[in-house]
Design a binder for this molecule. Structure first.
Ligand code: SF4
Length: 252
C-alpha cells in the first residue's frame, strides 16, 4: 500500500454532531443492560472493524465483563489480524479466536477452487458458511446474548436494525450503535484514541476477507467494497441475516 492510496479516516470522517453524547450514553446503557441480564453469557462478536473497536473500548472502559470473540476465516488481511494483540495489550482483555476446521477449508477449496466466491453467489455463500457461519455457531454456543456493531446507515438492508432483538435461535442480539452515524464512530475513535484497522485509511470503510474487500471510490456506498460483483440485496454473509422467523422482542 503506498502513501498515495492512504488518507486518515479520522480526518475524513470524524465529526461531532448534535446528540453525540446522548448516543454514547445510550450505547453504554444498552451494553450495561446486556451485561446485567446475561452475566457471563454475553459476547461481542467482533469483526475488528471500526464499530467493533468502539464497542470494545466501551466494554473495556466501563468494565462490563462482556467477552470479546472474533472469527478468523483464514482470509483476513494482516492489518486486521494485527488488532488482536493490540486489543489484548491495550485493554488487558483476551480475544477468543474461532477458526473453521482445516479439513472443511481444504475440502471446499479442493472441490471449488481458491476463487470460488467469484463464480456464483451460491459458492460465495458456501464459502462464508464454511469459514464464518460454522465458527460463529461455536462462538455463540452457550451464550444467551451477543453484541454486534450493526448501524442503520450502513446499508439499505440494515436500515431497521433495532437496539435489541431476539434472533431465530432465541438468543438476544444487541446493536448498541444502531443509531450512530459513521461520523459518530470516527469522532469516538478520535476522542478516545481507539486503535483501528489501518486499512480504513485506504478507503476501506467496511473490511471483511481479503478476496472480498476492495477500496471504495468517492461517492460510493459504505459497503460498495464488499462482494462488489454482487447485487446490493445479496450483500450479507449470513452472520446478520434476519430470517423471517426472527421476532423483534423490543426496540429501545
Ligand atoms: S467473505 Fe469471501 S473469503 Fe470470506 S468467507 Fe465469505 S466468500 Fe469466503
Amino acid at each position: 500500500m503506498n502513501s498515495a492510496s492512504q488518507a486518515s479516516a479520522k480526518a475524513l470522517y470524524a465529526r461531532r454532531t448534535s446528540g453525540f453524547d446522548e448516543r454514547v450514553a445510550h450505547a453504554v446503557a444498552v451494553l450495561q443492560s446486556a451485561a446485567t441480564d446475561h452475566a457471563g453469557r454475553v459476547v461481542l462478536a467482533t469483526s475488528l472493524g471500526a464499530e467493533d473497536m468502539v464497542l470494545t473500548d466501551l466494554i473495556a472502559c466501563h468494565d462490563l465483563g462482556i467477552d470479546i470473540a472474533t472469527l478468523e476465516t483464514g482470509q483476513l488481511h494482516a492489518e486486521t489480524l494485527a488488532l488482536i494483540p493490540q486489543i489484548e495489550a491495550r485493554y488487558g482483555l483476551v480475544v477468543e479466536v474461532y477458526r473453521p476446521p482445516q479439513s472443511s477449508v481444504v475440502h471446499f477449496v479442493r472441490q471449488h477452487g481458491e476463487r470460488a466466491m467469484y463464480d456464483s453467489i451460491a459458492l460465495r455463500k458456501a464459502c462464508c458458511a464454511v469459514r464464518k457461519l460454522e465458527p460463529l455457531t461455536r462462538l455463540l454456543a452457550g451464550r444467551e446474548a451477543w453484541v454486534s456493531g450493526l448501524r442503520r446507515d450502513q446499508s439499505s438492508t440494515r436500515a431497521v436494525v433495532p437496539f435489541r432483538q431476539v434472533d431465530g435461535e432465541g438468543r438476544v442480539k444487541v446493536s448498541p450503535l444502531a443509531d450512530w452515524s459513521w461520523a459518530d464512530v470516527w469522532h469516538y475513535i478520535e476522542l478516545h484514541d481507539v486503535p483501528y484497522n489501518e486499512l480504513h485509511d485506504a478507503y476501506m470503510p467496511s473490511i471483511g476477507c481479503a478476496p472480498c474487500t476492495r477500496a471504495i471510490a468517492v461517492g460510493e456506498d459504505f459497503r460498495a467494497g464488499r462482494w462488489w460483483w454482487e447485487d446490493e440485496a445479496q450483500k450479507e454473509c449470513g452472520l446478520h441475516v434476519r430470517r423471517a422467523e426472527e421476532g423483534v422482542a423490543e426496540t429501545a
